[in-house]
Design a protein around this ligand. Structure first.
Ligand code: FAD
Ligand code: NAD
Length: 478
């Protein structure tokens, strides 16, 4: 006999658990299937994001940021201290506490909302059935009106650098170093490489990043990416572009990495090597061949704009479908699917999903980059404003970076906003709100911004779009 629900969700990451909670709020009977178990065989909720992704990485970024402030920045404020020391074990314990608080919070929310938790590995079958391989080896049969696939993603690997999670680690291993490596290699100067490279670099590691592409952060606005690259260069990050790793060798407890850059073949020896070359959807063994699900050549499940798959009543959300692999994108897809299942026609505006790199300073963006608009032949105008001319940035000693706003030349509508600088994530969230309401640059120009705030950089960048920023000499208008 199989058990029947309105909605079964496979995977309890930020996409799956948010979908479960919203569907239950809307009156659906919901079950969530999760295969991740802790060492006592209890289910682990929250997926990559809460356990080995967004949250633990930000905990370490915040700890290491406090360390570097105490070590390098307090003196400028007249605060004299003896040089700080990092106790890595305490830092890791704090990170684990935060993860536990949040994952047990999700367990509580699922319970509070009446969501049934089914522990085991779910596999979609034909006709909206799910077979669950339980931890004890038994098999459970479930069926539902709607099934939501939310199995997430896993790190990609490259043959020249096989991950052993001792010397050569993926992002999960890089959250668990028990001491600061003297020399840290990072393959891939993307989001994870920059964030986790920053953590260990701030704590004293010499960090060398080997990036295969010739350009830095190619999907970011290139003016902002270049500015960020300059800032990171001033810090501890040695970013080598056009560096293709061809092999690794373990010698006397260290990793020797060989790479080709231009005409040269070079080697570096590291205490640890992080492989952060992207993530891939986790769709292996997720669905039977007759379930009606199809994927592209990289394994992403085909869905329409509303996350419906090609199989009736089956939906897919989060990292296993197209679009950026971001927790907030997956969560909003979860809400959209729960609403649609419940007869509410919610849409997600994929043009307004912010992306953030939590370096110091942060890099954040929403909407189109200048290079995308150029390629699309859109006539646009640009305003930029540096934090060096913002009083509050000077007061706090965070003057690196700028805000950039791009608007349509004829309609004045804001098409994109980009920032490298202090609190870039929060400043760009203001632009998400503005863009969702269809704001023009003039709308922002006419608003009153509190003084002294970092937000004034957004105001001034909007003024600069039309060549009349107040606190800088404006360049000629485009
Ligand atoms: P996941 O979080 O991967 O969850 C999928 C869940 O499904 C897992 O619990 C898994 O055990 C379970 N599962 C898989 N297969 C099955 C099955 N067959 N049966 C039952 N259960 C199954 N994003 C941001 O937006 N901001 C950040 O700051 C950020 N930082 C990150 C830092 C790092 C180091 C990493 C690795 C990622 C980061 N991300 C960040 C990305 C973010 O973690 C992912 O986009 C997000 O977790 C994806 O959510 P998801 O629910 O689709 O999948
Ligand atoms: P990424 O795509 O951001 O960066 C991978 C980098 O590795 C790219 O620059 C790529 O050119 C490079 N690369 C690929 N193969 C290489 C090779 N053989 N040698 C050298 N370089 C190589 O991927 P990631 O940093 O692994 O992150 C994975 C995903 O996780 C991202 O898509 C991101 O959306 C998500 N994430 C988000 C956040 C955040 O929102 N702050 C943080 C961490 C992760």
């Amino acid at each position: 006999m199989s058990k029947h629900y309105n909605v079964i969700i496979i995977g309890s990451g930020p996409a799956g658990y948010v979908c479960a909670i919203r569907a239950a709020q809307l009156g659906q009977s919901v079950a969530i299937v999760e295969c991740w178990a802790d060492d006592q065989n209890k289910p682990v909720f929250g997926g990559t994001c809460l356990n080995v992704g967004c949250i633990p990485s930000k905990a370490l970024l915040d700890s290491s940021h406090k360390f570097i402030e105490a070590k390098d920045q307090f003196a400028a404020h007249g605060i004299a201290i003896t040089p700080p020391k990092i106790k890595v074990a305490d830092m890791l314990a704090r990170k684990s506490d935060i993860v536990s608080q949040l994952t047990s919070g999700v367990a509580g929310l699922l319970k509070h909302n009446g969501v049934d938790v089914i522990q085991g590995r779910g596999k979609l079958q034909a006709q909206r059935k799910v077979e669950v391989a339980m931890l004890d080896g038994a098999t459970l049969q479930l069926e539902a009106e709607h099934i939501v696939l939310a199995s997430g993603s896993e790190p990609m690997s490259i043959p020249p650098a096989p991950v052993d999670n001792t010397l050569i680690v993926d992002s999960t291993g890089a959250l668990e170093f028990t001491e600061v490596p003297d020399r840290l290699g990072v393959i891939g100067a993307g989001v994870i490489g920059l964030e986790l490279g920053s953590v260990w670099g701030r704590l004293g590691a010499q960090v060398i990043m080997l990036e295969a592409l010739d350009s830095f952060l190619p999907s970011m606005d290139q003016q902002i990416a270049k500015e960020a690259q300059k800032i990171f260069k001033k810090q501890t990050l040695d970013i080598r572009l056009g560096a293709r790793v061809t092999g690794t060798d373990i010698k006397e407890g260290k990793v020797e990495v060989t790479y080709v850059q231009g005409e040269k073949t070079l080697t570096e020896v590291f205490d640890k090597l992080i492989v952060s070359v992207g993530r891939q959807p986790r769709t292996k063994d997720l669905f039977a061949s007759d379930s009606g699900i199809t994927t592209d050549e990289r394994g992403f499940v085909y869905v329409n704009d509303h996350c419906a798959t090609e199989a009736p009543g089956v939906w897919a959300i989060g990292d296993i479908v197209r679009g950026p692999m971001l927790a907030h994108k997956g969560s909003e897809e979860g809400v959209m699917v729960a609403e649609r299942i419940s007869g509410k026609p919610m849409q997600l505006n994929y043009e307004c999903i912010p992306s953030i790199i939590y370096t110091d300073p942060e890099v954040a963006a929403v909407g189109k980059t200048e290079q995308e608009l150029k390629a699309e032949g859109v006539d646009y105008k640009v305003g930029t404003f540096p934090f060096a001319a913002i009083g509050r940035a000077l007061a706090s000693g965070n003057t690196d970076g700028m805000v950039k706003i791009v608007a349509d030349k004829s309609t004045d509508r804001i098409l994109g906003a980009h920032c490298v600088g202090p609190s870039a994530a929060d400043l760009m969230q203001q632009m998400v709100i503005a863009m969702e309401f269809g704001s023009t640059a003039e709308d922002i120009q006419l608003m009153v911004f509190g003084h002294p705030t970092l937000s004034e950089a957004v105001h001034e960048a909007a003024l600069a779009v039309d060549g009349h920023a107040i606190h800088m000499a404006n360049r000629k208008k485009r």
